[in-house]
Design a protein around this ligand. Structure first.
Ligand code: FAD
Length: 405
């Protein structure tokens, strides 16, 4: 999806620059433009491509996307799950978290599953349709000295360094954020000693019970498996997570079926799970990283958003949702004091810090719970089986019930 526009014509007043056109940067661009700002959005990639994988959008995120007018763009490709079905690796059901209509009426917004490419296409469509958003690809933000009325954003395009004046710079440039380093936030990302193997299958190829609109979460000893339909039910997204001593090089690298087979072996995993995992011929793997939960900080007219601010383990399916929430809060803060961007950014950081840190901690807790060794895993399964489905859902109220103020 290439898009290129000149950047020399941008003016600083009410212009906000964003580094990174991932889910966080794209949503922020739409949210800011909806509040009357001009947006200069940069991504270092020459093309915006999303790896073949799914993403869960919980009600706290769909509420924001709906508020930005994206429902109609998203609806043709989403699947609304009836439930999260939690099972042991031996295929006995432990719990069934009711989603579907019960989640929609409890939280006032739906729970959706979507292919990442479809989410990105919907956001990108809204970005390209807005006259006040300029997207420049092949443009890496590399510096941001303070300017007279905000920042001078230094952008590398090939060998050329260009400068753009903006009232503020938002670093939405992901886990290895350059803007984070520029803002003086030093924490190194931590490899969680786990890798996620991901694959997509045509729905027709999988067992009928796995085509139903549900999220299947299988808990083993030291590993777990998640799968759910995407692309309006036409494809099944599969994520197999297990321990890994070394991170693979690169972000999303090819993996072999054998890597998955050996980690999900017959002594621990039931046949239906192994049959599903035997289907894909192509796998991609993502080493999993996070950072310690810390207050959300920026400097002057610069702040961070999404994984650049608070990368988290994917065991609550909340990384993108937090970036989407950030976008809504940041746009509201800037709109409240458009002539004092630094003050707005500090209010945004203040509003987000405790919540995103709490979600990061909860994701780390799930890392422990999902990957307990035997016999602690047996105790976990027993406790979860006795919890009751409604009580289990109530556990997530603080996440899914969030609303922008
Ligand atoms: C296995 C797995 C499953 C997940 N499942 C879910 C889920 O179900 N639900 C959920 O909510 N979250 C999920 N997440 C988390 C989610 O994917 C991330 O939190 C989210 O994609 C982060 O978005 P972002 O926009 O902050 O960063 P990114 O998606 O990393 O985007 C950053 C962008 O910045 C660009 N960039 C980098 N440096 C520069 C620079 N210097 N200048 C300009 N551009 C730059 C990059 O090219 C990239 O496009 C999952 C994560 C994993 C690993």
């Amino acid at each position: 999806m290439p898009a290129n526009f000149g950047i020399g014509t941008l003016v600083a007043a009410r212009t906000i620059a964003i580094a990174g056109a991932g889910i966080g940067g794209l949503t922020t661009a739409v949210a800011l433009a909806a509040r009357g700002f001009r947006v200069a959005l940069f991504d270092r990639a020459a093309r915006l491509e999303e790896t073949g994988a799914g993403i869960q959008l919980s009600p706290n995120a769909t509420r924001v996307l709906d508020g930005l007018g994206l429902r109609e763009r998203l609806k043709p490709s989403v699947v609304a799950p009836d439930a999260v079905i939690v099972k042991t690796a031996q295929n006995s059901e432990l719990a069934r978290l009711p989603l579907g209509p019960s989640a929609a009426s409890r939280y006032g917004a739906p729970y959706w599953m979507i292919h990442r490419g479809d989410l990105q296409a919907a956001l990108l469509g809204a970005v390209l349709a807005h006259p006040d958003i300029t997207l420049t690809l092949g443009a890496a933000v590399d510096g941001c000295p303070a300017g007279a009325d905000g920042v001078t954003v230094q952008v590398l395009r090939g060998e050329k360094l260009e400068e753009v004046a903006a009232a503020a710079l938002i670093g939405a440039d992901g886990l290895w954020s350059r803007v984070r380093a520029l803002a003086g936030e030093p924490d190194a990302a931590r490899f969680a000693r786990r890798t996620a193997w991901r694959a997509l299958m045509l729905a027709d190829a999988v067992a009928p019970e796995f085509r139903a609109p549900a999220i299947h979460l299988w808990l083993g000893h030291g590993s777990h498996l998640v799968h759910y339909p995407v692309k309006a039910g036409a494809m099944i997204n599969i994520v197999a997570i297990a321990g890994d001593a070394q991170p693979s090089h690169g972000w999303s690298t090819a993996a072999t079926p054998d890597e998955v087979r050996t980690r999900f072996s017959a002594d621990a995993w039931a046949k239906p799970a192994r049959d599903l995992l035997a289907l894909p011929e192509r796998w991609l793997k993502w080493p999993l990283y996070d950072r310690p939960p810390r207050p959300h900080r920026g400097r002057g007219a610069v702040t961070l958003l999404g994984d650049a601010a608070h990368p988290m383990l994917p065991f609550l399916a909340q990384g993108a949702a937090m970036a989407i929430e950030d976008a809504a809060v940041l746009a509201a803060a800037l709109a409240a004091t458009p002539d004092d961007a630094p003050a707005a950014l500090r209010r945004y950081e203040q509003a987000r810090g405790a919540r995103t840190a709490r979600v990061q901690r909860a994701a780390r807790r799930n890392d422990t719970v999902y990957h307990l060794p035997w016999p602690a895993s047996a105790a976990r399964d027993f406790a979860m089986g006795r919890m009751g489905n409604k009580r289990l859902l109530a556990h997530y109220d603080w996440i899914y019930g969030w609303r922008p103020e």
